[in-house]
Design a protein around this ligand. Structure first.
Ligand SMILES: [Fe+2]
Ligand SMILES: [Fe+2]
Length: 470
């Protein structure tokens, strides 16, 4: 069960060859996917890239590394191993056996959840498609492409579920996933952050740190699902996601490290003239990516999400580690709210507050990044610090969508916001400056001046390995 079959047109560990109908459906979707990859995927032509491909979903040695032409990457369908005794861990069906088929009453909701998750996967590939042209090193270029092919595979993962379990409607939704495009006027991606540009590598590192991390938390809730094929699909996706988190975390590390080094050497904050990104600009990019990522968690309260939980469709982050009754019918939670026009908290039932619960887990995780970046600053002998902005800052969704606030959480009038937002969010001048630093470095072992080299290479290879052949 665990070993994917690479002799198949579509590598898989679901015995696809035994289900001719599903196999035919997916094989007819495959050329459309490849067309999409050619037209909307990475624009930089390459001969081959040192990529990992999943070869086993078990605990050890799941990935195989080799130089492969990107078009020949074996996008496939891999689910984590089945636990035949798995039982539902929460909600009204707690204790019942997990579902191997979609219950009719939850069909529409499950399909919607899968489509929303599926829509984000190709969106990020579209957002990042031009970054190869300005890669700061071959190592970074390789990581970009690794993230891209895996987001493509995550699309496959969701399309598999749509094809296998949702009939004609599912197949239609699978087509739509290729027709919507990031930033498109006519058919944009479903969620706001996935229609934003990723025009430079600082944005890419911030995106993989903050926005991809939202994906990690969403997948974490779907991994708990009573619908077992969804749970197993997401469990394996989370394994790949760990690398994307690493790219973001160490990417920002390396930007901060280089900036701190130049600040300390020259005893100045004004490092733009030295060809590195000023800390204030890094902070502004952080503010932007963090605040748009907070929006991805939806409103502070949601009856839909309460229903999803009670039905068993979507659990909490690390559900089994929670020390409560896993039904939450008599619990309550304080959520962020505007009370009498002021930023505050209000008490709601734990079920309707589940979005807030997930967002808090996410925020605590994000604080970990800020802590490590501040350690880099203090190790360089600097007193400057980075910080996450207040939850009310620059929000378009939820309780604070209608107000403006400073990164410290003080309410502002609309006029003050307009006058001051350039202090906190990247201005055109900042973006133009960052873009001016984005010049490709394709020589083995070389790196752009605005970025420190990584501590480790990929799969035990050194930094100066030939990760990409152009
Ligand atoms: Fe993904
Ligand atoms: Fe990802």
């Amino acid at each position: 069960m665990t070993t994917p079959d690479y002799a198949e047109k579509i590598p898989n560990n679901i015995a696809l060859g035994e289900d001719r109908r599903l196999q035919r459906a997916l094989e007819s979707w495959q050329p459309n996917f490849l067309d999409w990859w050619e037209t909307m995927g990475p624009t930089l032509p390459t001969q081959d890239v040192y990529l990992r491909t999943a070869v086993n979903v078990g605990r050890e040695g799941w990935a195989h590394f080799a130089h492969v032409p990107m078009r020949d990457y074996r996008w496939g369908i891999f689910l984590a191993d089945k636990n035949p005794d798995r039982r539902i861990g929460f909600g009204a069906h707690k204790g019942e056996p997990a579902w191997q088929q979609v219950p009719g009453e939850y069909r529409a909701d499950l399909q919607r959840l899968i489509v929303i998750q599926g829509d984000t996967e190709p969106a990020s590939v579209e957002q990042q498609r031009n970054l190869g042209a300005t890669a700061p090193s071959l190592y970074d270029l390789r990581n970009l492409f690794q993230v891209n092919v895996e987001e493509g595979r995550h699309l496959w993962a969701m399309v598999y579920l749509l094809h296998a379990y949702f009939g004609r409607e599912g197949r239609e939704e699978a087509e739509e996933l290729l027709h919507r495009n990031s930033g498109s006027q006519d058919a944009p991606r479903i969620l706001g952050a996935f229609n934003e540009e990723t025009p430079d590598w600082l944005s890419f590192f911030m995106f993989t740190y903050f926005t991809d991390r939202d994906g990690k938390y969403q997948l974490g809730t779907l991994k708990e699902s009573a619908f077992d094929p969804l749970s197993r699909t997401c469990e394996f996706m989370l394994k790949e996601e760990a690398h994307h988190m690493m790219v973001g975390t160490t990417g920002v590390d390396r930007v901060v490290e280089r900036t701190a080094q130049v600040m300390a050497e020259n005893d100045t904050d004004d490092v733009a003239a030295h060809g590195v990104i000023p800390l204030l600009v890094i902070q502004k990019y952080l503010n932007f990516h963090y605040s748009v990522s907070l929006d991805l968690f939806g409103g502070e309260t949601s009856t839909n999400v309460a229903n999803y939980y009670t039905a068993g469709l979507k659990g909490r982050w690390l559900e089994e580690r929670r020390k409560d009754d896993h039904t939450l019918t008599s619990d309550s939670i304080f959520v962020d709210a505007l009370t009498d026009g002021e930023i505050g908290l209000t008490e709601v039932s734990a079920l309707t507050g589940l979005n807030s619960d997930l967002r808090r887990e996410y925020i605590a995780d994000c604080e970990g990044g800020v802590k490590r970046w501040n350690k880099i600053l203090s190790d360089a002998g600097l007193t400057h610090r980075l910080a996450l902005p207040h939850i009310a800052f620059n929000r378009k969704v939820g309780a604070f969508a209608g107000i403006e606030a400073t990164p410290a959480g003080e309410k502002l009038s609309a006029a003050d916001w307009q006058a001051r937002k350039g202090q906190w969010l990247p201005t055109n001048v900042d973006k133009t400056f960052v873009r001016s630093l984005m010049r490709p470095v394709y020589d083995r072992g070389k790196i752009a001046a605005w970025l420190a080299p990584p501590r480790n290479g990929i799969n035990g290879k050194p930094f100066d390995y030939d990760y990409v052949h152009l």
